[in-house]
Design a protein around this ligand. Structure first.
Ligand code: UGA
Length: 315
């Protein structure tokens, strides 16, 4: 395998790149280091990869890169580069979402038309569903996003479908359900809860904490990407969830046990763009990809806690 991983310096992209080189692939990482969160965090994500001869990093936006040259000889594209974050996607920030999620994906798909790819795996999101979908969510339910971010992730997913239908680009989309674990982005819930709890600072809880998520450990998300690259059905969309649905209040109870201190929880208003509940029906991924989540929330949260404690101790 010779893979192009977009967003290789990010949370999931760095873990995926490490898995691919460990399995013997050559990996080109493409990342433009957007300033959504600090570059040193992304450099730390890349530290082991930079020392690996099988890995090469190209620093560029997708739209500005010489994609024909980058895709020459590439067998697999894993497209993770995106402007993430559901709650920040309103207002003037929306242009970052259209540029990095829709326009970048279209540029990559267009360049893939003449490339000789075995698979292009696109990292989509549970946020395409919105709040009208029955639970557990199935891929054939009508998506109706409640955040501008979700709209852009769905638009890019639809572009994958179009380029598959019209140009036979072998695109497979995975709808990830709230991925967590070591290297989680600093704007995400678990990172913010654990960091505040470790420092004895207030935890900002949006709403009453009864909202629920099908949290997915990053190694399971990576396994799903690898499996989709090997045997995903082109043109298909797959849900990738962690296998259990818990409320944010349940998560905070686990955080309290991990830090062994009382938490200072400050209630704030529900955030526009947040879904109420998510829960993946993963039957399709189980059947086609052999996908099985293997890490429980307790194990995964403990891994993120140990990583964050070590990271904060050295920073
Ligand atoms: C996450 C990612 O940030 C998105 O990029 C991804 O596309 C999405 O998952 C997905 O599954 O599609 P989200 O579910 O909002 O989005 O993940 P978290 O930031 O970890 O939030 C989880 C829950 O904790 C939400 O209900 C949120 O409102 C709550 N939260 C988060 C708080 O109460 N306080 C905080 O400080 C942060």
């Amino acid at each position: 395998m010779r893979a192009l991983v977009t967003g290789a310096a990010g949370f999931i992209g760095s873990h995926l790149s490490e898995r691919l080189v460990a399995e013997g692939a050559d990996v080109i990482g493409l990342d433009c280091f957007t300033d959504y969160y600090p570059r040193p965090i992304k450099e730390a994500n890349l530290a082991a990869l930079r020392a690996n001869r099988r890995f090469a990093l190209v620093e560029s936006r997708i739209q500005d890169a010489d994609l024909a040259a980058l895709l020459d000889g590439v067998t697999h594209v894993f497209h993770l580069a995106a402007q993430a974050g559901v709650r920040k996607s309103w207002g003037t920030d929306f242009r970052h979402y259209t540029e990095n999620n829709i326009e970048a994906t279209q540029a990559l798909l267009e360049a893939s038309v003449t490339a000789r790819l075995e698979r292009l795996v696109y990292a989509s999101s549970s946020s395409v569903y919105g709040d009208d979908t029955p639970i557990p969510m199935r891929e054939d339910h009508l998506p109706h996003p409640v955040s501008p971010y979700g709209v852009t992730k769905l638009a890019a997913e639809q572009l994958c479908h179009l380029y598959h239908a019209n140009y036979a680009v072998p695109a497979v989309a995975l709808r990830f359900f709230t991925v967590y674990g070591p290297r989680q982005r600093p704007d995400m819930g678990f990172y913010r809860f654990l960091k505040a709890a470790l420092a004895g600072q207030p935890i900002h809880l949006y709403g009453d904490g009864s909202q629920s998520r099908d949290f997915t450990f990053v190694a399971d998300a990576v396994s799903a990407m690898v499996a989709a690259g090997a045997r995903g059905t082109p043109g298909r969309v797959y849900n990738i969830g962690g296998g259990s649905r818990v409320s944010v209040n349940d998560v905070l109870a686990l955080v309290g046990r991990l830090v062994a201190k009382p938490l200072d929880i400050q209630r704030e208003a529900e955030q526009k763009g947040d879904m109420r509940d998510t829960y993946a029906d993963t039957s399709l991924a189980r059947g086609d990809l052999g996908y099985r989540p293997t890490v429980t929330l307790e194990q995964g949260l403990d891994a993120e806690f140990r990583w964050l404690s070590a990271t904060l101790a050295t920073s």
